[in-house]
Ligand binder design. Structure first.
Ligand code: PLP
Length: 429
């Protein structure tokens, strides 16, 4: 990309972060299947280990194929830098790791992916971290929950499973006033539909497993940093104070907008080891090339299917923010002008039993614990992804026992509707 014009999204998704391979001219990004990289000489090795020069040492930290994906995702989100890692859940730990410490907390939305509620409720306690869950529609409660030990505010842009759209600007302003970063999980929206950094987010996390890869082939995650947060405000010693492992370097002072990204690689990946492999990065790079095309089709199909479902006599409710009946319709239009994603829930009049029968009667739609695949998918959260949550947590997360979650794929919409029609009939027979 050499022209002076700022490239658009469709151009960036194909070109950003990559160039013809300098060694061979290969047009597509090679899979650099190598664990280590030969140093030019001992002085070069020393400079790399001192972070005085950027380069490749060992693939737990950096790899050229993974690096290309990092640069592409950073460009699509409008961030300063990105770190890729082994899964979306790894990305969440990697995002919190530089910020948190024993006794510190993250204030999180109640409306989150079930696995995230689990990770934040139980697992992070083993690090001495904790999470406070708040309904982010209640701005006073959100403000009140942030205390002196809070180090981050966490939400999803379009929240899984119910398609709830977070008021990102209002939440970002509250986090800002408290001197803590807003972390937005942008998995369900993708940067094509929503760019959280433009609405005030500091960090964006992804499960690249979903739409970015787009066909259910590999797990992966990414953390994008806006490069705009002042890590020297006294709350973030990992980023602002001297780092003993790197001759006392102060990441914020020395690396500026790239401080969080470099810390994520030089300390996070080095010591936590949640590394993305180059094969996985390759699949995701391939997927991202068609992101805008797929998302337009996902959205168009979701609108068609959701409108049809809303009129079905056995369906009590459809939560899709792309429906005019949704309380989040206007907010979705402002935040995600190209569409409200392709993920929503439907409540069945027949309750839990009808949900189970529906899932078992579908032929085209697959019953899987995944979303963001080219194929249409369905799951009954209460008996699967949200099974470990209490009934109150299930309801707060938008995963009550009488609803199923749909991830609408890119098939012909008439075929998706025909399959749902026969399965809804079977579920209420
Ligand atoms: C899937 C998902 C995750 C977790 O990602 P993995 O790649 O499965 O670890 C986190 N957040 C959201 C919104 C997801 O859909």
């Amino acid at each position: 990309m050499t022209s002076s014009q700022t490239p658009g999204f469709a151009t960036l998704q194909v070109h950003a972060g990559t160039e013809p391979d300098p060694a061979t001219g290969a047009r597509q990004v090679p899979i650099y299947q190598s664990t280590a990289y030969v140093f030019k000489d001992a002085a070069h090795a020393a400079r790399l280990f001192n972070l005085e020069e950027v380069g490749y040492i060992y693939s737990r930290l950096t790899n050229p194929t993974v690096g290309a994906l990092q640069n592409r995702i950073a460009a699509l989100e409008g961030g300063a830098g990105a770190v890729c890692c082994s899964s979306g859940h790894a990305a969440q730990i990697m995002a919190l790791f530089p910020l948190m410490g024993p006794g510190l907390n993250v204030v999180a939305s109640t409306r989150l992916y079930g696995g995230t509620v689990q990770q934040f409720s139980n697992t992070i306690r083993k690090f001495g971290w904790s999470a406070k869950f708040v309904d982010f529609e209640d701005k006073a409660a959100l403000k009140a929950a942030i205390d002196d030990n809070t180090r981050a505010v966490f939400c999803e842009s379009i929240a899984n499973p119910g398609g709830y759209v977070t008021d990102l600007r209002a939440v970002a302003d509250i986090a800002d006033a408290a001197g803590v970063p807003l972390i937005v999980d942008n998995t369900s929206a993708t940067p094509y539909l929503c760019r959280p950094i433009e609405h005030g987010a500091t960090l964006v996390v992804h499960s690249t497993t979903k739409y970015l890869t787009g066909n259910g082939t590999v797990t992966g995650g990414a953390i994008v940093d806006s490069g705009k947060f002042d890590w020297s405000n006294g709350k973030f010693p990992s980023l602002a104070d001297p780092e003993p492992a790197y001759h006392g370097i102060k990441f914020h002072e020395a690396l500026g907008a790239m401080a969080f990204t470099f810390y994520g690689i030089a300390v996070g990946l080095r010591d936590l080891g949640m590394t993305m492999n180059p094969q996985g990065a390759h699949y995701t790079l391939m997927g991202i090339e068609t992101l805008s095309l797929r998302m337009d089709k996902h959205v168009a199909n979701a609108v068609t299917v959701a409108n049809w479902l809303e009129k079905h006599p056995n369906v009590a409710k459809v939560t899709y923010a792309g429906l005019k009946s949704s309380p989040y319709y206007e907010r979705a239009k402002a935040l995600c002008p190209k569409g409200a994603g392709a993920l929503f829930t439907i409540t069945l009049k027949g309750g839990y039993d009808a949900c189970v029968k529906l899932v078992d009667s579908l032929k085209l739609l697959s019953h899987v614990a995944n979303l963001g695949d080219a194929r249409s998918l369905i799951i009954h959260p209460a008996s699967t992804t949200h099974r470990q949550l209490t009934p109150a947590q299930q309801s707060a997360a938008g995963a009550a026992p009488d609803l199923v979650r749909l991830s609408i794929g890119i098939e012909d919409p008439a075929d998706i509707i025909a399959d749902l029609e026969q399965a809804l009939a079977a579920a209420h027979a």
